[in-house]
Design a binder for this molecule. Structure first.
Ligand code: CA2
Length: 150
């Protein structure tokens, strides 16, 4: 079965427990359940992961890239958290393995602090989903599936 990765970066394990005015009240476990239902509808096998560590995220990007290359995966929905705005290493990892990535942000980063307006990920992302709340995960998965079918 073809897989889809959904990767989540630092502090997203706190989703639904703090800052509800920015990120809502849905927990990451709820998001995983939403993604699992969507993946089932799309006929994809979900690999849903979260890490607070940059190197772990890089390893998963490499893993997903190898799966895409082998024809077993459509790519990754990736919410890099604050690493979006700091990480050349994540940029290089995505570029290095040519992983099809849909960059996702729960909040509209462009309506927030100026330091959130720049992304190191966007130049190597296939597409971007921003500001739809946690529903963006479902939209991003559908988009990735659509791209893979073309
Ligand atoms: O809007 C998004 O999805 C972000 O990627 C979330 C990151 C933030 O640094 C980006 O600028 C935009 C932060 C994730 C941390 O999430 C929390 C959730 C609840 C409480 C505290 C942090």
């Amino acid at each position: 079965m073809t897989s889809v990765y959904v990767l989540n970066g630092p502090n997203l394990n706190l989703l639904g427990t703090r800052k509800p005015e920015v990120y809502g009240t849905t927990t990451l476990a709820d998001v995983e359940e939403m993604c699992r239902e969507e993946a089932a509808g799309l006929g994809l096998d979900l690999r849903f992961r979260q890490s607070n560590h940059e190197g772990q995220l890089i390893d998963w990007i490499h893993e997903a890239g190898a799966e895409v290359k082998a024809g077993r995966c459509v790519g990754a929905v990736f919410n890099p958290g604050a690493y979006t705005h700091t990480s050349v290493a994540l940029h290089d990892a995505i570029e290095g393995v040519e992983l099809p990535v849909v960059e996702l942000h729960i909040s509209n980063v462009h309506a927030r602090e100026p330091f959130r307006h720049h992304s190191y990920i966007s130049p190597v992302a296939r597409s971007i989903v921003v500001g739809f709340g946690v529903h963006g995960y479902v939209l991003a998965m559908r988009g990735l599936h659509h791209i893979a079918q073309k």
